[in-house]
Design a protein. Structure first.
Length: 207
């Protein structure tokens, strides 16, 4: 990882939230806005790493052996092991369990961010967001493709959202904005609370 590429993303921030991709970043920043917060102004940078496999490089850059910034993160369940190994190799904890990861500010989505958002909202509400984005016709076409015809709507929506990066980023932010305050996915709420202190997300329940 070229340090010159990563440093401008964090500026003078005191805490870095490491996420896998830009859709995770969009969702977390959207949730912060719901609380009237500007993470950057609060000294928190959300950094999309371009994949969980990069966690080691980013921890070397920002962790205790690098800039020694505060750390937090969000990952999908299949990549939890990458995050755990990266943290342990960087000297941030040992023999990390899921509970220990959360104590360090690192939260795991099951199965992924899209799954968390779809379960929190329900498929009907997700389709309303897709329609508002002008994508409902494309989604119906996707549903009729032989490989996806007859599959659960939840699976169809997850795959459709990931068809290309621009869609995933836009829809993740819109779905987060559409969440009922009483049904914010636990990983998103957990990260925001961790980087905000005890009073963070006090008006949001988690699921």
């Amino acid at each position: 990882m070229d340090e010159r590429l990563a440093l401008p993303a964090v500026g003078d921030c005191h805490t870095v939230v490491l996420v896998e991709g830009l859709s995770d970043k969009a969702a977390l920043e959207a949730l912060a806005r719901r609380h009237g917060r500007d993470l950057g102004a609060d000294g928190v940078a959300v950094v999309a790493m371009g994949g969980a496999q990069a966690i080691g490089r980013f921890l070397e850059l920002f962790g205790p052996r690098g800039r020694n910034l505060g750390l937090a993160g969000l990952c999908d369940a299949p990549e939890e092991a990458d995050f755990r190994r990266g943290l342990e190799r960087a000297g941030v904890g040992t023999n990390l369990t899921r509970e220990a990861l959360e104590a360090l500010g690192f939260f795991v989505c099951v199965e992924d961010l899209e799954d968390e958002l779809i379960r929190a909202l329900g498929t009907e509400a997700v389709e309303e967001v897709v329609a508002a984005e002008g994508e409902l016709h494309r989604f119906r076409t996707f549903q009729n493709q032989p490989a996806w015809r007859g599959r659960p709507v939840e699976d169809q929506l997850r795959r459709f959202m990931k068809t290309y990066s621009g869609r995933a980023i836009r829809v993740a932010a819109r779905l987060t904005e559409a969440l009922d305050p009483a049904h914010v996915p636990r990983p998103l709420a957990g990260v925001l609370a961790y980087v905000s202190g005890p009073a963070a997300a006090a008006d949001e329940a988690v699921v």
